[in-house]
Design a protein around this ligand. Structure first.
Ligand code: CU
Length: 258
């Protein structure tokens, strides 16, 4: 009788031990963890905005010409020289492709992920646009409008690295990035070494990339005190403190020196 009890106890112990740690039960418990609390909704009666301009001073860099000679399929698609976009100076003395975003100060919580995708195309063997921002888990739609093969290769430091070829006019690839990542992720093409794009991944919707006039606007900003950052591929990042009062259209101008 005593001996039987011993064996029952032993087998129960073994059974429990084999279920411990990372078994299926543990995984189930992990996935059923309560989701993070949503960020408080923004009250339209008090929401403000932050608008600014990213100026450039100092010596203008000489634009670098991209050599596509080794790949006639790419060179053919351009009538004149094609310039690198690491620094793009606008006619009004501002910088294009600067990603401006709220770095600190937003109410804590999860911000809803937009279902609309952000587009990144490969056309004329160039990534267009050169800099984009997406929210965590927002779809990034990557297309190939060219008649040549591309090989998309993001080099993240926080998210997972991948490397996929895309045939001419191939199917659109839809990718998401589950973790916030700034400075942005560099995207390369393993076929064409000059191809570069930058994808910033943010946990909230308060970001914008400067265009041909060098301005940006962050809308629907709850009143508060914020640190905003402007990131530029060659010149790095600059921070600024701003306070947004209820309904205020606040301004925040940056200047990068060459
Ligand atoms: Cu390519």
């Amino acid at each position: 009788m005593k001996r039987e009890m011993f064996w029952v106890t032993l087998s129960v112990t073994v059974l429990l031990a084999s279920c411990g740690g990372g078994g299926p039960e543990a995984k189930k418990a992990e996935s059923s963890a309560p989701p993070a609390a949503a960020a408080p909704p923004v009250d339209p009666a008090t929401a403000g905005s932050i608008t600014g301009k990213v100026a450039f001073t100092g010596e203008k860099p000489t634009p670098k010409v991209l050599s596509m000679d080794a790949t006639p399929a790419c060179a053919r698609m351009h009538k004149g020289p094609v310039y690198a976009e690491d620094v793009v100076l606008n006619g009004n003395g501002t910088l294009k492709n600067v990603l401006v975003y709220i770095k600190e100060g937003l109410p804590k919580g999860e911000y809803p992920t937009p279902t609309a995708s952000v587009k990144l195309d490969q056309t004329g063997c160039i990534y267009v646009p050169h800099v984009v921002g997406v929210m965590v888990n927002q779809p990034l739609e990557i297309s190939n409008s060219d008649t040549t093969n591309h090989n998309i290769h993001p080099l993240p430091r926080v998210n997972r690295e991948w490397n996929e070829s895309q045939p001419p006019k191939g199917d659109v690839k839809v990718k998401t990035f589950p973790k916030e990542e700034m400075p942005p992720i560099l995207f390369k093409c393993n076929v064409h070494p000059w191809m570069r794009a930058w994808v910033g991944v943010l946990s909230h919707p308060y970001f914008a990339v400067t265009g041909d006039d060098g301005t940006f606007t962050l809308k629907n900003v709850p009143p508060g005190e914020y640190t905003i950052e402007a990131w530029q591929e060659r010149y790095g990042a600059q921070e600024m403190k701003v306070k947004v009062e209820p309904k205020q259209a606040q301004t925040a101008d940056f200047t990068f020196k060459g």
